[in-house]
Design a protein around this ligand. Structure first.
Ligand SMILES: [Zn+2]
Length: 174
């Protein structure tokens, strides 16, 4: 999976080549200009790897709902317009459901008499845990995604070869 580092200014300014970031076909849309402002990690939880990888997907969801008036962003073809949004819903929604179903089952079980079996919501929560944790890792690792950032640039993994070569060509001309 090719990695590519893009300047925050290039993402915000919409100056990237019109080649789909995911598949390398002709791109029609620029999306997620807010990605230019992305920083991994949550200040309250330094070094927590889950928090930092969730911060990318959370940022995508927030950015997809904010109306996208700015002209910049990364290029996507028609087919891949919603590529990040669908994955972000699965990952963020899955975590929210996991935490909520665990909390509800613990609450319901502590409210029951001690000789009763755990509440059935526990079975739901455990089944979701067993399905979701591996599925989440597979989806996350197989996705094109931002993996690092510094003050000026953002590094993404899994960019299409077509995009990377068009980008290098453009950089070479500049
Ligand atoms: Zn595409």
């Amino acid at each position: 999976m090719p990695k590519v580092s893009l300047l925050r200014d290039q993402i915000a300014g919409g100056s990237l080549p019109s080649v789909c970031f995911i598949c390398g076909r002709e791109a029609w849309d620029l999306r997620f200009s807010d990605l230019a402002a992305w920083r991994p990690g949550v200040r309250a939880l330094p070094g927590s790897p889950i928090a930092s990888l969730l911060s990318f997907w959370g940022h995508i969801l927030k950015s997809s709902r904010s109306g996208e008036e700015s002209p910049g962003g990364l290029p996507f073809c028609k087919r891949h317009r919603s590529y990040w949004v669908r994955r972000a819903w699965f990952i963020i929604g899955g975590w929210v459901f996991l935490v909520a179903s665990m909390a509800i089952s613990i609450l319901l079980t502590t409210m029951m008499k001690p000789d009763q079996r755990p509440h059935w919501t526990f079975i739901v929560a455990i089944c979701w845990l067993l399905f979701f944790l591996p599925a989440f890792l597979v989806v996350h690792l197989a996705s094109t995604r931002a993996i690092a950032s510094d003050l000026e640039s953002i590094t993404l993994a899994g960019a299409s070869r077509g995009f990377v070569s068009a980008f290098k060509e453009q950089e070479g001309r500049a």
